[in-house]
Design a binder for this molecule. Structure first.
Ligand code: FAD
Length: 404
């Protein structure tokens, strides 16, 4: 007897939503399970913004969305702010604009929640996709093809069957952990010794009440200070989201608002003026100090029935601005492989059909791994570049490398 293949996607972050849309386009029946409440509800907005508020999306991510959902890509491009270069803020107040590309290519600042909401809306409106919120996946039996879920709102548990499970449940992925029990997966996890805090730089307001950006909006702003740095990305409402990256030991020393403001003023004087002392104290006191995790896995799939994508498969430090871009690209690559292997959305019980799916997943693990490792390494290397080398003349960098 034949039936439509059923995929369960765990995690309705940007990667999970795009994966659900991609499988629905193939004709699969899809169920998308998210542990948190619906981010589109006003009551859950604050909680959904605990991680970075905006993101840099590059051609890699845009091409991935475009390949799965051209309409979403078009809408998305209307809400980005192009950043054509980086603006270096030196300690003495000098500014140095370094354009990324002389032919005008740029990266784009986008509101994380807006992007996620848009993809979620698209997924929810597909007749092939059912979305469940406050459904937290707790366990997966890959051999029986059943997962166990806690329905948080009803305080009960249920079992859900699947043909394929996609783990897009972020850095602390339950699906990945469950997969490691049945698969010889190599796995590495590292916390770097730096943390980050987000700070909001408000809009400027003129006498007539008109708003404008406090800094040039078409740059990614960087205050490189060797062992730590501040960056700022523009938002549509004329504010900037600033992120301070510093070693935990440095932040431990700044154990009172006064100490923090003095330290901040010493290294980031122009930013302090634009943020304002009271705002800085408020953010320093209320916003969390968050860790930065880097994970690597290999392989990413199990037989013809499970695969992890996005941060669930590879968390990288954010200094290359490619974590989400890569996660979206994971979906694009899987899409291509499902097409190339001619995986049918209908399960016939024919062994050859199942082999096609396991071949597509296996090719994904083999062909994707080297690229993911390369980009994770580049992300780590770019931290030194951003907080230090951008201020160092080229001949000194060359000399340093000659001496290595
Ligand atoms: P997530 O966004 O983490 O989504 C996972 C979802 O799964 C969540 O909604 C979660 O609630 C849900 N979930 C988790 N467990 C379960 C469960 N058991 N059951 C059901 N649901 C579950 N990337 C860029 O490309 N550009 C940038 O500029 C950039 N800047 C960054 C700045 C910072 C400070 C940080 C920390 C990261 C940055 N990144 C950036 C990386 C980017 O944030 C991630 O790569 C991206 O969010 C990963 O998306 P995802 O959908 O894989 O996972």
């Amino acid at each position: 007897m034949s039936h439509r293949r059923k995929a369960v996607v765990v995690g309705a972050g940007p990667v999970g939503c795009l994966a659900a849309i991609m499988l629905s386009n193939h004709g699969w029946k899809v169920e998308l399970y998210e542990g948190r409440p619906d981010i589109r509800l006003p009551s859950s907005k604050a909680a959904s913004q605990q991680r970075s508020i905006n993101l840099a999306i590059s051609h890699r991510g845009i091409a991935a969305i475009q390949s799965v959902d051209p309409n979403a890509a078009q809408r998305f491009m209307q809400s980005v702010i192009p950043m054509r270069g980086r603006m270096i803020h030196h300690v003495d107040g000098r500014l140095d604009s370094q354009i990324y590309d002389r032919d005008g290519q740029c990266i784009n600042s986008i509101d994380r929640t807006l992007l996620n909401e848009d993809l979620l809306q698209e997924a929810s409106s597909s007749p092939n996709i059912r979305v469940f919120f406050e459904h937290k996946v707790q366990g997966v039996d890959f051999d029986k093809r059943v997962m166990n879920i806690r329905d948080v709102s009803q305080s009960c548990e249920l079992d859900v069957s699947f043909d394929l499970i996609i783990g897009a449940d972020g850095s602390y992925s339950t699906v990945r952990r469950q997969m490691m029990r049945v698969l010889r997966m190599d796995y590495q996890q590292e916390y770097i010794r730096h943390e980050y805090i987000e700070l909001r730089m408000p809009a400027d307001r003129d006498k007539e009440g008109r708003l404008s950006f406090a800094l040039d909006a078409n740059h990614l702003h960087i205050w490189p200070r060797k062992s730590f740095m501040l960056i700022a990305l523009p938002n549509q409402d004329y504010t900037f989201t600033c992120t301070l990256f510093a070693p935990s030991s440095e932040l431990d020393r700044l154990d009172s608002p006064d100490k923090f403001v003095n330290w901040f003023g010493t290294y980031f004087q122009d930013a302090l003026l634009a943020i304002g002392e009271q705002n800085l104290i408020k953010d320093f006191t209320h916003n969390p100090r968050s860790p930065l995790i880097c994970t690597r896995s290999n392989p990413y799939h199990y037989k013809d029935r499970g695969i992890v994508l996005g941060d669930a498969a590879h968390s990288m430090v954010p200094f290359y601005g490619q974590g989400l871009n890569c996660g979206l690209e994971d979906v694009r690559i899987l899409n291509v492989l499902l097409k190339q292997e001619q995986v049918s959305p209908t399960k016939t019980g024919n062994e050859a059909d199942d082999l096609r799916l396991s071949r597509a997943l296996s090719r994904y693990s083999q062909e994707r791994h080297k690229d993911l490792i390369a980009i994770a390494d580049l992300a780590m290397a770019n931290y030194v570049e951003m907080r230090h080398l951008v201020t160092t003349p080229l001949y000194i960098i060359r000399k340093a490398f000659d001496n290595v």
